[in-house]
Design a protein around this ligand. Structure first.
Ligand code: SAM
Ligand code: SF4
Length: 475
C-alpha cells in the first residue's frame, strides 16, 4: 500500500530525530473540536485513511460527552467494519532480567538490589516453552533487560531455541521480541533468526519527561531510541512495533508522539508500525505512579479509541497490565491482540504452583492473571473469535495488517478461516469440555458467515483433517 507523506515543519529523514515539541503543542493548543469537525475526522478514518496530526489533536481535545461518544462509536465501527471479531492471543516470556539501565519505573532497574537477577538457562528456557505449549500457546514475545549478555547473537540463539521446542502437537510458530534497540547489524542478526515483530517502546516522546525517568545507562539517550526502529528498517526488518508507557508524561503529548512516529516511518520507509502498544504504568519496586500524569480508566479507554481511529491499519496490543473489566471494554474499540495466561516472574511458567505476585521479583504487577483457557472462555462468551494464526508471516505475506486493511476480501479469504482452524486445533488439544462446546458452536457460526461455497467446503474439510490429528493447516 502506498503512503503519501505529508508536509511537516521538519522534513523526515532516515535516522534523524523527528519530534518537535513545539509543533506538537501547537497542534494541541490550536485544535478546535466542534461536533461537525469530529464527525468529519471520524468519517475520514472510517474511509480507512490515516489521520494527520491536526486531526488527532482535535480528537484529543474533544471533551464533551457527545464528542467522546462519537469517537468511541467510530472506533467500534472501524473495528467491526475492518477487523471483525478476531482476537489474536500470545504470551510474554521473560528470558533475562539483567539490566544496566535505571528506568525509574521498572523493577529490573540496575539500582534495585532486591530483585533476584536471572537469565534462563537453555534448559530452563526449553522447560518454560514446553509449559507454554502445554497450555496451547502458539505465539510468544520474548522479553529481555538491556545488558551486554543479551547481544543480538544471544537473542537470535534464544529465538532459535524456542522455535525448536516441540511437544506432541505443541509448537511455537511466531516469536516476537521486546528488547533494547540494536545497531543495523544487530537487527540483521535477529531478523535472520526468523523473528516476527521487533518492539521498542519510546516510553514517552516528551524529551524532558524522558530524561527525568531515564538517568544512566544506554537508555538515557532519547534520540538513539527515537530512531532505533529506523535502523531496523535499514536492516530490512520492516515488522516493527512502537509504544508508549502511559502515565509518565501528559498522555495527550504521547498520543501525538505515537502518530508522529508513525508518519515518520511512513515518510522514510513507506511502511508504518506493524503494532502499537499502549501499556499503562503500574507500581513497581521503589516506584509509585505520579498522580499528576496517572491515566484514569476513562482517559485510557479514550486513548485506545483515538489511536484506533488515528492509525486504522495497525495492530493494537493490549496487555495483562490492565484489569479484566478494562480489557473487556477496550476490546470493542479495536484491540487486535491480547496476552493471556501471562506470568512475568522469571521462569514462572514451568513452576507447578501459581505463586502470589511479588513486587521485588517482578518488573511490575499485572492485573489480569487468568489462564489462557479462562480468557478464551470469556472471548467465546463475548462472540469473539480467538486466533493463534501465524500464516501470513510464514507465507511471506509481511505487513498482514496492511493487507487485512487494504486488500478487499483478505480477512474473509485468509484471516477468518485461519482463526477458525487454529481455534479448532486448540479445542482438540487443550480445551475443557464446556469451552469445546462453545468453541465449536462459534466455529459453525463463523463458517456459515463465509458465504463462499468453495471456501466454506474447504474449511470444513480442513477441520475434519484436524479432527483426525493433522495440525498446522492454513491458507
Ligand atoms: N529492556 C527493554 C526496554 O526497556 O526496552 C525491553 C524490555 S522492558 C522489560 C519492556 C517494557 O516494559 C518497557 O518498554 C516498558 O514500557 C514496560 N514497563 C517497564 N516498567 C513498567 C511498569 N512499571 N509498568 C508498566 N510497564 C512497564
Ligand atoms: Fe531495564 Fe527495560 Fe526495565 Fe529499563 S524498562 S530497567 S531497560 S528492563
Amino acid at each position: 500500500m502506498k503512503f503519501t507523506p505529508e508536509k511537516y515543519n521538519i522534513p523526515d529523514k532516515p535516522q534523524v530525530p523527528y519530534i518537535d515539541t513545539e509543533e506538537i503543542w501547537n497542534y494541541l493548543n490550536n485544535a478546535k473540536p466542534s461536533n461537525t469537525r469530529i464527525q468529519e475526522i471520524v468519517s475520514k478514518s472510517l474511509s480507512k485513511e490515516r489521520l494527520n496530526l491536526e486531526e488527532v489533536a482535535t480528537l484529543i481535545r474533544a471533551d464533551k460527552p457527545e464528542q467522546i461518544e462519537m469517537i468511541k462509536s467510530g472506533a467500534r465501527m472501524l473495528k467491526e467494519k475492518v477487523y471483525g471479531k478476531r482476537i489474536v492471543l500470545f504470551a510474554p516470556l521473560y528470558v533475562g532480567n539483567l539490566c544496566q539501565n535505571n528506568c525509574e519505573y521498572c523493577g529490573f532497574k540496575a539500582t534495585n538490589k532486591d530483585t533476584v537477577r536471572k537469565t534462563l538457562s537453555n534448559e530452563e528456557l526449553i522447560k518454560n516453552v514446553e509449559a507454554l505449549e502445554h497450555n496451547g500457546q502458539k505465539r510468544l514475545i520474548l522479553v529481555y533487560g538491556e545488558h551486554p549478555r543479551y547481544n543480538p547473537e544471544y537473542i537470535a540463539k534464544t529465538v532459535k531455541t524456542v522455535y525448536g521446542v516441540k511437544t506432541g502437537n505443541g509448537e511455537i510458530r511466531r516469536v516476537n521480541i521486546n528488547a533494547a534497540p540494536l545497531s543495523i547489524e544487530g537487527f540483521k542478526t535477529v531478523k535472520d533468526a526468523g523473528i516476527g515483530t521487533y518492539q521498542v517502546f519510546q516510553e514517552t516522546y516528551d524529551p524532558e519527561a524522558y530524561s527525568k525517568y531515564h538517568k544512566g545507562g544506554r537508555k538515557a539517550a532519547y534520540d538513539n531510541r527515537l530512531v532505533s526502529l529506523d535502523r531496523a528498517q535499514e536492516a530490512g526488518l520492516d515488522d516493527v512495533g512502537i509504544g508508549v508507557l502511559f502515565g509518565l508524561a501528559d498522555w495527550r503529548f504521547d498520543v501525538m508522539g505515537l502518530v508522529r512516529h508513525t508518519n515518520h516511518l511512513e515518510a522514510c520507509y513507506n511502511v508504518g508500525p506493524h503494532t502499537i502498544s499502549f501499556p499503562r504504568l503500574q507500581d513497581a519496586a521503589e516506584f509509585k505512579v505520579d498522580p499528576e500524569f496517572a491515566v484514569s480508566d476513562e482517559e485510557f479507554t479514550r486513548i485506545v479509541a483515538i489511536l484506533r481511529l488515528a492509525v486504522p491499519y495497525t495492530g493494537m496490543i493490549l496487555t495483562a497490565r490492565e484489569p479484566i473489566h478494562i480489557r473487556k471494554e477496550v476490546l470493542q474499540y479495536g484491540c487486535s491482540q491480547i496476552d493471556a495466561g501471562t506470568k512475568i516472574e522469571m521462569g514462572a511458567y514451568s513452576e507447578k504452583e501459581n505463586k502470589k505476585q511479588d513486587l521485588n521479583q517482578e518488573q511490575f504487577l499485572i492485573n489480569d492473571d487468568r489462564s489462557l483457557g479462562e480468557v478464551i472462555d470469556e472471548l467465546l462468551d463475548g462472540d469473539y473469535l480467538p486466533s493463534f494464526c501465524t500464516a501470513c508471516y510464514r507465507k511471506g505475506r509481511t505487513g498482514e495488517h496492511f493487507m487485512e486493511f487494504s486488500v478487499p476480501g483478505f480477512i474473509k479469504r485468509f484471516c477468518t478461516p485461519n482463526a477458525i482452524l487454529t481455534l479448532a486445533e486448540y479445542i482438540e488439544d487443550y480445551a475443557k469440555e464446556d469451552t469445546a462446546v462453545k468453541g465449536w458452536k462459534l466455529i459453525d457460526k463463523n463458517i456459515r458467515d463465509i458465504k463462499e461455497p468453495k471456501l466454506e467446503a474447504s474449511v470444513k474439510m480442513k477441520i475434519e483433517i484436524i479432527k483426525k490429528g493433522k495440525r498446522d493447516l492454513y491458507y
